[in-house]
Ligand binder design. Structure first.
Ligand SMILES: [Zn+2]
Length: 70
């Protein structure tokens, strides 16, 4: 079963969904993704900013990888 409070998320996080994003004044893009700890299920927001291509690539990568190391 899920561990609680004492979890420090050592094993990475799980991608859940794309939350939203907005264009930056310099032409870049800032996106927020929802992730969670696979152990305690705490929600961990993950942000990424850069060129639109970079953010799309990042999104595709975390979607495919599912479990991310930090
Ligand atoms: Zn955790």
């Amino acid at each position: 079963m899920a561990r609680e409070k004492n979890c420090t998320h050592p094993k990475g996080i799980e991608y859940v969904k794309y939350v939203g994003g907005y264009e930056l004044s310099d032409g870049g893009f800032h996106a927020t993704f929802s992730c969670r700890c696979p152990d305690c299920f705490a929600e961990i927001p993950l942000t990424c900013s850069g060129s639109k291509e970079y953010v799309e690539k990042f999104h595709a990568e975390i979607k495919a990888k599912k479990l991310l190391d930090f």
